[in-house]
Design a protein around this ligand. Structure first.
Ligand code: BDR
Ligand code: CA
Length: 320
């Protein structure tokens, strides 16, 4: 069975790794790419999505998303992670200027959910603003989608911290109000969080092997991974790249690679813990709180690192 996918993304080095993983997977049918600000401004992330579509012959249309969070100004782009061009400042060779589809991203999400009720999985790996706009414009989208898998959040499992503040993960911190709406909507949502994505690392040797086995995509991914790995090496002492966004894709293909915990999630929208994701596990008893009567979602708490890395390499292998 193939899964129909909408990929909401802010390319982004690890977003590109995830997009080419989707394109290579026989288990996934990519209906649309929707873009969002985050790793860069919306014009740059949309340009990058169009570039990846052209260079790797992706059939899916690209829909441009909103340029700012729901209620607050956009944070500065993390050029120290993803480069000035959002793709590690590697040269984007042969770039042919192209335009996204006319329809805004959130409307494309609504229309595809209505066209294929109960069949589409929305994989969102950037700030969640397009998803929040879709919910506001058409609340029924929550029940029309098969499910939502996000890369986002940091739940402090095993003491793991955030990556933009001690408690906040970037995608959530970039639009906390949108994230709180998304976590409290009545859809079947799984958050593939920093708690597990920092446990999966593509080493330089892994990327060299990918370059040798995955054709032009492998060559490109190895090139863009080098500045990303340099960032993680300099900041966290990690040798290689954390696999954030591709982990959310892996969850759709093989959820058995992950262990999840169920509960209600709220997002801190003010104060020093802005963007923190807080889980009240199902069955835990407290006095009245902001978690009462909220939908139960799933949060990843463990991952099979070797299995995920093997799935990625096997999927990307040319001729596999
Ligand atoms: C997330 O933030 C972005 O920088 C990455 O693309 C990923 O989606 C990791 O916190
Ligand atoms: Ca991303």
């Amino acid at each position: 069975m193939t899964h129909k996918i909408i990929f909401d993304t802010d390319p982004g080095i690890d977003d590109a790794m995830a997009l080419l993983f989707i394109a290579a997977s026989p288990a996934l049918d990519l209906l649309a790419i929707t873009t969002i600000f985050g790793n860069s401004d919306i014009d740059t992330t949309t340009r990058n999505a169009l570039y990846l579509k052209q260079r790797f012959n992706l059939a899916a249309p690209v829909f441009k998303g909103t340029d700012k969070p729901l209620t607050r100004p956009r944070n500065p782009s993390p050029t120290f992670v993803h480069g000035e061009n959002g793709l590690g400042d590697v040269e984007l060779t042969g770039l042919i200027p192209a335009q996204p589809e006319a329809k805004p991203a959130h409307q494309a999400i609504i229309d595809l959910a209505r066209k294929h009720p109960g069949e589409v999985t929305l994989v969102a790996v950037g700030p969640l603003t397009n998803l929040a706009l879709a919910l506001k414009a058409d609340p029924q989208v929550a029940t029309l989608l098969k499910g939502v898998v996000i890369m986002g959040g940091a739940f402090g499992i095993a003491g793991k911290p955030g990556n933009v503040t001690p408690v906040a993960e970037a995608n959530i911190w970039n639009d906390p109000e949108a994230a709180d709406l998304v976590f409290t909507a009545p859809w079947n949502l799984t958050a593939v969080s920093l708690d597990v994505t920092t446990q999966v690392v593509m080493s330089p040797a892994y990327m060299d092997a990918l370059e040798a086995s995955a054709g032009p995509a492998g060559v490109f991914l190895n090139a863009i991974s080098k500045p990303y790995a340099a960032f993680y090496g300099g900041r966290d002492g990690i040798e290689g790249c954390c696999v954030h966004d591709a982990a959310a894709v892996a969850f759709v293909i093989d959820p058995a690679l992950f262990e999840t915990r169920r509960g209600s999630v709220r997002v801190v929208t003010e104060g020093i813990a802005l963007g923190q994701t807080c889980l009240k596990a199902e069955g835990e008893l407290f006095g009245p709180s902001a978690w009462d009567d909220q939908p139960i979602q799933a949060v990843t708490v463990a991952v099979n690192e070797a299995g995920l890395l093997a799935l990625y390499a096997q999927t990307m292998k040319v001729g596999a």
